[in-house]
Design a protein around this ligand. Structure first.
Ligand code: ATP
Ligand code: MG
Length: 569
């Protein structure tokens, strides 16, 4: 307790940088609500993989608990056996751990509360606060009215309590078909809040549940399960997204059936994360996977945490991004460039620099001794000299990028062209003396001479040339595959499209290069998940598809930071 109090004094000041949710929590703690306890929860439904929007939510839930010395529960909201699966439960746990959070011994399932929820429903029936409705869902929807027109009471609204009790019991025994009956709360068909117009509490589902088997044939709706689950667990702050604002009165209505002044959970809502060029709806992400429009939940083009990880994103970059966009009360569309800015900043500090030729053409240095190898020292990370350096073999035959040569260059082309000089990074200045072509006129070899006095580090190295190219020595190069990604959707906000969102998929979002050449030092240490900066090309990560013979890399992001540039303007 003492510790919590001290934290509050520290963070309640405006300069603390607390977001509005944290301020609310700090106030409640300072006022001693719920005995000064803080217990949050993250409540995923195990019907899909977590995406970066969920990360925004659980960074808040676990983060606030950490900040104020409270606890955070992980609760699977497994109230719909038709869509849920164990596979998702495990994936969700892994992803939360990946971002560095842990629920300790506070792992819960909404299905654990089915008995208590059922008992509460029975109690409400006995108190005349719930009834069994035999209308179809269409009829019920029609009677809801509109925000300005009151709803119409169901013809079953006033059926006797005994009949309601009997029917509800028999619903749960499986005597009635799915969709034939529901249990509804009897609240107010004329309420301004549509959620109060006799909301459905229970529906019949006959699919067995992955945890409770066929014990239950009735399953609680979100609104009847969520607040009570919070209550049963001792959750004090139930933090969720803005679409639940209109549900809050109902949350409070059901919770009041259980709570007293000494302890009552409280719902607080913040804005969802929406990203440009991205769909975030679980239903659509599932469709992309099921229809093979991407290569699984962990496809590097997906906004799932598994996809982002395979793309080379780090937990710290994701947390940094979430911090930058913040938590507010207003919906917004966030620029994906800002996310890319966060990963670039992170990797610029940490990623080892290596040489890779993605679209190779051979360069032959005619005046370099045939069987000679020199070892050139390359900085591992100029941003951090403590990371040291490694050696790269230099030989007569080298791979360079095809795009770094032009036979008839425009004026400002400072790379290689006939009779022009460039520096080979960390090595010599060379001059192009000619090219060799195949019978179709394609360049197969570029010829050059080198200036032996110009080796980096020697006095002759001072001589200035405009361009510097990266290179890889031919005899020791290892062939690799590079997967280059573009945005999965070609419009800025695919989430709000009226037509079929699949029409918006960018047909060119994946480009595979099969014969990239990587330096031998890199080839020797391939480990899936390791991040690198390929000189002049961008940031890349080792893909789990890699084998010792054939490394595979995913491009995380390019070097150019359009976000930083836009901010400077
Ligand atoms: P659905 O309920 O439609 O299946 P969902 O994305 O809401 O999808 P849940 O498993 O219910 O999935 O989400 C768990 C928590 O994550 C919820 O509290 C929800 O508010 C939060 N959440 C979901 N999407 C986002 C988002 N884009 N930004 C922030 N929080 C989100
Ligand atoms: Mg949800």
């Amino acid at each position: 307790m003492e510790e919590i109090k001290e934290n509050i004094n520290e963070v309640v000041a405006p300069e603390s940088g607390m977001n509005f949710v944290e301020q609310e929590i700090a106030k409640d703690l300072a006022e001693g609500k719920n005995g000064g306890r803080l217990n949050t929860r993250f409540p995923p439904e195990p019907n899909g993989y977590l995406h970066i929007g969920h990360a925004k939510a659980f960074i808040m839930d676990f983060g606030a608990a950490e900040k104020f010395g409270g606890t955070c529960n992980l609760r699977f909201d497994d109230t719909n056996p038709q869509k849920e699966d164990m596979e998702y439960v495990n994936a969700i746990k892994e992803d939360i751990h990946w971002l560095g959070y842990d629920w300790g011994d506070r792992l819960y399932y909404a299905s654990d509360y089915f008995p208590q929820l059922y008992d509460l429903a029975v109690r409400l029936i006995k108190e005349g606060k719930a009834y069994v409705d035999e209308q179809t869902s269409e009829e019920i929807a029609k009677q809801k009215g509109t925000p300005t027109v009151a709803g119409t009471p169901s013809p079953y609204r006033d059926r006797p309590i005994e009949e309601n009790l009997d029917l509800f019991e028999r619903m749960n025994k499986g005597e009635f078909e799915e969709g034939s009956m529901v249990l509804r709360a009897k609240i107010d068909m004329a309420s301004d809040n549509m959620h109060f117009r006799d909301p459905i509490m229970y529906r019949i589902i006959k699919t067995p549940h992955w945890r409770t088997g066929d014990t239950w044939k009735v399953y609680p709706m979100y609104d009847f399960a969520h607040g009570q689950s919070d209550y049963f667990e001792g959750v004090t702050h139930s933090i969720c997204t803005l679409e639940f604002v209109p549900h809050r009165p109902l949350y409070e209505y059901f919770v009041k059936e259980l709570a007293d002044e000494s302890y009552c959970p409280r719902q607080i809502e913040f804005n969802r994360l929406n990203l440009t060029y991205t769909v975030m709806s679980k239903r659509k992400l599932l469709q992309l996977v099921k229809e093979g429009l991407v290569n699984g939940w962990d496809d590097p083009r997906m906004p799932t945490l598994k996809g982002l990880r395979r793309r080379g994103y780090t937990p710290s970059a994701i947390k940094d991004f979430v911090k930058r966009i913040g938590y507010t009360k207003y919906e917004a569309l966030n620029n994906i460039e800002l996310l890319e800015h966060s990963i670039r900043e992170d990797l610029n500090k940490t990623a080892t620099r290596v040489s890779v030729i993605q679209n190779p053409v051979k360069l032959v240095i005619e005046n370099y001794p045939d069987n000679q190898t020199e070892f050139m020292s390359m900085d591992n990370n100029p941003e951090n000299p403590a990371e040291g350096s490694h050696e790269m073999p230099f030989t007569k035959e080298l791979w360079i990028e095809r795009e770094d040569f032009m036979e008839n260059p425009p004026k400002k082309f400072f790379r290689l062209s006939p009779d022009k000089e460039v520096r080979l990074k960390g090595a010599y200045i060379i001059k192009c003396t000619g090219v060799e072509k195949d019978e179709d006129g394609n360049i197969i070899k570029i010829l050059a001479t080198y200036d032996p006095e110009s080796r980096s580090g020697l006095p002759g190295a001072d001589r200035k040339v405009k361009g510097t190219l990266h290179w890889v020595s031919v005899p020791t190069a290892v062939e690799a595959e590079i997967r280059d990604y573009d945005r999965l959707f070609s419009v800025e906000n695919p989430g709000v499209y009226d037509g079929d969102f699949r029409e918006l998929i960018n047909p060119d979002s994946l480009r595979i290069r099969k014969n990239a050449k990587i330096e031998p030092w890199l080839a020797k240490q391939i480990k899936p998940g390791d991040n690198y900066q390929f000189q002049r090309l961008g940031y890349y990560v080792v893909d789990p598809d890699s084998t010792e013979e054939r490394p595979v890399f995913n491009k995380t992001v390019g070097l150019k930071d359009s976000w930083a540039k836009a901010m400077k303007k």
